[in-house]
Design a protein around this ligand. Structure first.
Ligand code: FE2
Length: 487
């Protein structure tokens, strides 16, 4: 019966939660009742949760409305503008996400396995590059005295000398120090990136460590990319860093966003992606409680759930966590646990950070962006105001958080989920509370804005956030535009 039900729902483009599926199977035992209840609806729900399915099957009402939040006086009351009848059916597919697959242990071997996986994934990418055709394992290459040779290795160290740079590279077979003059190495590799090097092993080598003279360095990078477009006229709105529960949460800006979502102008918006830090959390930084309006983590998510209920029903919300959220801080972060999920009713799909999500055939890489802090420290031109060069570097090195041991906590997983295997059409981050939209080799880049005004910490650091900006991607045209809701 389960299979028949899933097949019936997927034909209708409806996703069902496991609890709702259990309920239909065990308590109702008859899918025909659900079939006829759904058939009588004008518009199908995008996601069927237990809260929606129960009233539908109990026959109380033909289409169960979302439960109204308590304390609803806090919320705006704007009539929802009826959307056109041909609104696109939801079409979401999570391609890659650690959720439910985490095999993390605190053992050293687990980190080795993460790095080995990173190396072998990026080795495959680099192997195809023109300058790295005749690549050899490092252990073998260092014996080829006087020859021109290519190697692929993980960056273990970068030292600046008077004449240039010494880059230490390692692969499973050995290690080598590669000397680059300042002219040949205009861009320095970062620690734990995987790069290819073309160069020459000197005939005589008096040093203790194997050495090579580098002529060229190659990053995994992405090829020029042509964005896939959806057949349906459908748009996605990108937001991030709501920080619900903070006293600096911008309720007025949020209300005006909701008002806009209910207007005819927003009729093509069928998805909202929230790129993490959806609540402010507790105990994230010293004395945070002094800046909290809601100091209980569950109450913060309950407030967020009420806000999500104000979003029109035609819109599916996809939520990933960030470093302020109630989930392990080490990346890759899985989706929220059930005790958080159950606070939400209806149309929310929870995924991990990072997640590769396909919506109507368009691939969206969503990552909270915690590693941007590390890029700010090591990469010239990256700042809280403009993190775009960090996002470009992530695509260039094909790793979302290359540096181990910096500010980004990384979990040792069997696979390295931070590697960008598949090139996305849209790449979105948040975290730094600024708004950026850009393009790298055809990949649309967005740093989604925040719904929090300047915090004490930001004021101390003289950083002015750019809150209340929503990036909207038209999946059928590839156009990305912004709407501002904070005045
Ligand atoms: Fe964050």
């Amino acid at each position: 019966m389960k299979d028949a039900l899933i097949e019936f729902l997927s034909e209708k483009g409806v996703l069902i939660t496991p609890e709702a599926l259990d309920y239909v199977e065990k308590d109702v035992g008859d899918i025909n009742k659900l079939r006829s209840a759904l058939s009588s609806m004008e518009e199908f729900p995008h996601i069927l949760g237990i809260e929606r399915i129960r009233p539908i099957l109990e026959g109380e009402i033909a289409e169960a409305p979302l439960p109204k939040p308590s304390g609803e006086d806090n919320f705006i009351k704007v009539p929802e503008i009826p959307v056109k009848a041909d609104v696109a059916r939801p079409d979401i597919n999570i391609i890659r996400d650690v959720t439910g697959k985490s095999r993390s242990t605190a053992k050293v071997e687990s980190f080795l396995s993460t790095f080995k996986d990173r190396y072998s994934r990026l080795y495959r990418v680099l192997r195809a590059k023109p300058h790295l055709k005749y690549v050899r394992r490092i252990g073998e290459a260092v014996k080829k005295r006087g020859e021109e040779i290519s190697v692929i290795g993980m960056v273990r160290d970068v030292k600046e000398t008077g004449k240039g740079f010494i880059v230490s590279l390692e692969d499973p077979s050995g290690s080598v120090e590669v000397f680059f003059s300042k002219e040949t190495l205009r861009e320095k590799p970062l620690l734990d990136e995987v790069v290819g090097v073309f160069g020459r092993i000197p005939l005589s080598d008096r040093g203790k460590k194997p050495r090579m003279f580098g002529k060229r360095i190659v990053w995994p990078d992405i090829q020029p990319h042509k964005m896939s477009l959806s057949k349906e006229k459908v748009s996605v709105a990108f937001i991030s860093d709501l920080h619900v529960g903070s006293e600096t949460f911008l309720k007025d800006a949020w209300d005006s966003f909701i008002r806009w979502l209910r207007s005819p102008e927003a009729r093509d918006i069928s998805y909202i992606i929230m790129a993490g830090d959806v609540v402010d959390g507790i105990g994230i930084y010293p004395d945070q409680e002094e800046e909290l309006e809601i100091s209980d983590i569950y109450e913060q998510y309950t407030m967020l759930a009420k806000m999500v209920e104000e979003i029109p029903d035609r819109i599916s919300v996809i939520m990933i966590p960030g470093n302020h959220d109630f989930v392990r801080p080490a990346e890759p972060q899985p989706a929220f646990d059930d005790d958080i999920k159950k606070l939400f009713s209806g149309e929310v799909l929870f995924a991990g950070s990072p997640s590769l999500i396909e919506i109507h055939g368009v691939k969206i890489l969503a990552y909270h962006g915690t590693s941007i802090n590390d890029f700010i420290n090591v990469l010239p031109g990256v700042s809280y105001e403009d993190p775009s060069l960090a996002l470009i570097r992530m695509l260039k090195s094909r790793i979302l958080a290359p540096i181990y041991g910096g500010k980004t906590p990384l979990a040792p997983e069997k696979e390295d989920y931070m590697v960008i295997d598949e090139v996305p059409d849209i790449f979105v981050t948040g975290h730094v509370h600024s708004f950026v939209k850009s393009n790298y080799r055809g990949v649309k880049i967005i740093n989604a804005s925040t719904w929090q005004s300047q915090t004490k910490y930001q004021k101390m650091n003289n950083f002015k956030p750019d809150p209340g900006v929503v990036a909207i991607a038209e999946l059928d045209t590839g156009r990305i535009y912004e709407k501002r809701f904070h005045t």
